[in-house]
Every structure is written in structure tokens, then in C-alpha cells.
Design a protein around this ligand. Sequence first.
Ligand code: ATP
Ligand code: MG
Length: 455
Amino acid sequence: MKIRTKMGMLAVGLSVAVAGTAAVGFYLTERSSLLRKTAGARSALADHLAQACRDALVVNDELAALNAAANVRDRTGVLDAYCLDGKGRVVAHADTALLGRWPPPLKGTDGVPMTVPVTKGPARKAVVIFSRTAMEREVEQALRDISHRIYPTLGVALGLGLLGAWWLALHLTRPIRRIAQGTHRLAAGELDHRLQEKRADELGDLARDFNRMAERLGELDQMKRDFVAMVTHELRSPLSAIESYANFMMEGVPSGEASRFIDNLSIIRNNATRLGRFVNDILDLSKIESRAMDVRKERFDVAGLITELTDLFGPVARERGVRLEIDVPPGLTVNADRDKIHQAMTNLMGNALKFTPSGGKVVLSAGSPPPAANGGRAHVRLTVADTGPGIPPKDQPRIFDKFEQVRGIRAAHDGVKGTGLGLAIVKGLVETQGGAVRLESVVGQGSRFSLHLPE
Ligand SMILES: Nc1ncnc2c1ncn2[C@@H]1O[C@H](COP(=O)(O)OP(=O)(O)OP(=O)(O)O)[C@@H](O)[C@H]1O
Ligand SMILES: [Mg+2]
């Protein structure tokens, strides 16, 4: 789930919770204050009746007390109202037939009596019987009125809360998204990518740190490239001198007792060649990695390239007892950088001949499979297949990384040991041209490396 969705949901949840809590809290306090108010009104009414009964006693005017009792009884929510003498007999009531009798008994459970003393001693009392249902109905009606007044306000507050939540989610996640995108681009090798850092908060700090980190990475990358360029330059000149001197001396010494001398010299030459190859490989890789490798595409004849390769590798294959076969349709052409394809194929052929034991074969083939076989894109395929030891599935993706080799696979002859750079270079050379390298291999049967070049 995206961070914006999460934050939006959290903010919406919080707004709803705050609005809900406010509504419930408001409802409860209003309700208790209403209950308090109605209780006050009830006791005031009973006090009023008590006072009327007291006054009637003082001035000996029973009629005033009767009127007061009738008055109180007529109020809404009152079931009955009367005054009692010290013995508990009715002395004031709207119904004069009840005077001098015991008060009428309470019917049902609805009546809630409230008694207030009128005199001290054998107490006269004023009694008002309130209706519980009427009391509750009154409170409920009042609460309903309040709710109708606060709902619109709550709705507006909630709407504003949601709007604020949406704005907050957007405001906070947009810079985070930009930083995430920047990190992806940096990880993909775009070291010159920078973020805007106008904000003054922590996200602005993060963007500034990101930019400093990208700058530092760029510097380190430059240092690495400079180092490789320097090492390459410093090694290449003396190595070519060694190589040409060794060649020169080997040509000038007659055979016989000097053969040992020549053997030693040939070791010097082999090592010089090996070091030279290593330096060139490092240089090629550094160019590929820094995207400094320029690609010069031209349309060329595939059969011509394959013939050149078989001429180059024919003698080595014969020497190692490996059969070299070719299978290329005439007239097949491809639009690619010829030198780079030549170099990639040389690396693949070198590997195939290095790992295939004597008696095996290496097949060089080319073709232009139907576009459906390559996701609808037209392409030309160049393949080097061998009957060597094969590569275990777990090692197949790894061997295209630099310095990676398959453990336990040994070259089929005592030649120059490799450094594990060849396939990384092949991959880089082909991918800079928009192509791809594919490997199919079965342990014990052989390997098949194909270059897919887009047309
Ligand atoms: N045709 C093949 N058959 C079997 N294993 C292979 C084959 N080609 C490559 N490999 C395995 O992949 C590894 C990497 O190959 P890569 O060409 O990158 O390096 P290398 O040949 O060891 O050294 P370099 O090419 O730098 O001299 C090899 O060491 C070998 O283990
Ligand atoms: Mg190799």
C-alpha cells in the first residue's frame, strides 16, 4: 500500500474519530445538564405547592391551597398534586371529593412522587406525582432539538477535517515520492541527478543530504575511472615493450642449445600477453560501466564475420582436437557495431574452445528467427554452441558479472587462466547496442551462448 494511501486513511480515521468523540461528549454533557435542569424545575414546582399549603394554613384559606394543587396538577408531566395533614389525610386537592381521605394509591410504575414538608412537627406535606414517561419524553425532545442544531456544524467540521487530511497526505508524500524517484534514478546510475531542496523542514534536509550523497558518489565514480585510466596507461606501454622484445629475441636465436632460452622467453611473452589482455578488458569494462563506449553501427554481412572468426580460431581448434562447424545462411546482414560484435564473438569462441575437451565440437551459427520468437521485435541471432562441461543453472545468471567463474570447471587444456571478465564484457558490448545475451546450458552436454541483435 502506498504511503499516501496509508496517510490519507490514517488522517481520515483520525478526523472521524475526533468528530465522533466530540459528538458523543457533547451529547452526554447536554443530557446530564438537561436532567439536572428538569430535576430543578420539578423540585421548584413541589416547593411552590408546599409554600401555597403553608400560606393557606397561616391565613386559614383552604381554597388558595386547593387552587394551587389544581394549578400544579394541570402542568404537563404531572399526574397528581395534593397537600396532606399531619395524619396523612388529603387537605388540598383539585378533586374536593378526596378531601379528608387518604390520598389515592399510585397506579402502575409511571408515577414518581416528590414530597416536600410544609410544617415541622407532625408534618404536613406537599406531594407532587410526576410522570416518568413524560419526563423522559421531554428530555429526549430537547436532546433531539440540540442534535439537529449540532449535526450541520459537525458535518462542516468533518468535511474540513477530511480536506485537511487529504492536503496533508499530498503535501507530505509528494516530496517523499520525489526523493524515492531520485533514489531509483541514482541507483540506476544517473549520478548527476539532483533534487529540489527549497523546503526548510526535515524533508528539505533529506533532499540536501541526498544531493550531497549523489555528488560524493559522482566524485568517487570519477576517481575510479581516473584510476583505471591511469593504471591502464601505466601498464600498457611497458607491457608492449616486453612483448615486442621477446618476439624479437625469439626470432633472432637459432635452435639447439638456445631452446631453453626460447622457452623462457615464450613464458615472458605469454605473461605479457595475458597482462595486456587483462588491462584491455579492464579498460573495456570501465568504458562500458561509465557509458563512454561509443557505438558505430553499420550494416554488415554476417557470413563474412563468421568466416573471419573461423579463420582466426581454426588453427587453435585443430591444435586442441575440437571440430569447428558453421551454419550461417548466405546473404544475412545485421545493423550493428561490427568491431564490438567481433570482440564479443571472440570472447565466446575463446571460452568455447577453452572449456570443450578434445573430440568435442563448437558450432557457430546465425539466423533471423521470426519476430514472434523475440516479443514481436525483428532481430538477428549469433550463436556459439559447444559440447563442453555445461554450466549449472544456479551459476548461469552469475557468470555474466565481472570476476565470476564457475567453481570446479577447469579449462580443457593447460592454457592461460582466465580472469572472469570475458562474459561481463560480452554482455556490456551487446547491451550498449540494444541487444541481449542468452545462455542455455545443460551440465554434461554443453552450452549455447546467443547474441540477440535488434534490427
Ligand atoms: N562455454 C563455456 N562452457 C562452460 N563454462 C563456461 C563457458 N563459458 C564460460 N564459462 C564459465 O563462465 C566463467 C566466466 O567466463 P568469462 O569468459 O567471463 O571468464 P573467463 O573465461 O574465466 O576469463 P576471461 O574471459 O576473462 O579470460 C568461466 O570461468 C567458466 O566457468
Ligand atoms: Mg572468457
